[in-house]
Design a protein around this ligand. Sequence first.
Ligand SMILES: [Cu+2]
Length: 147
Amino acid sequence: MNKILTTATALLFAQVSFNATASETKPVVEVYKSASCGCCKQWIQHLETNGFEVEAHNVSDVSAARQALGMPQQLGACHTAKVENYLVEGHVPAADIRKLLKQKPDALGIAVPGMPPGSPGMESPNPVHYDTLLVGKDGKVKVFSHH
Ligand SMILES: [Cu+2]
């Protein structure tokens, strides 16, 4: 009996520490979107299949959420998000978010303004080239990566 209990306890601890490790390696992206936004859901799926954990919040006014977070409105897309201390606007590829979290630039965040066809969540037979922009704390942008 004692032995069984010990084994069960050991398994429980193994499970707990496994979960702790898994959540440490998965950055959480908090997404603000409207409930009816289909391409937002597609983007969330893209993040989840690429190792991010997503906390999605449906809001009635995405611009207000964007303003509250501090992302310039002219860079706006259909959803706005936060990961660690950075803002992520629009259909940004998961790889760019990884790059951001790895390089940790002194910046507000990254953005893909508008909704370019071919970006993650905006899959299209007619994809276009687009840039992910690095947004400075002063609101100035420069190209972070080209797609
Ligand atoms: Cu969209």
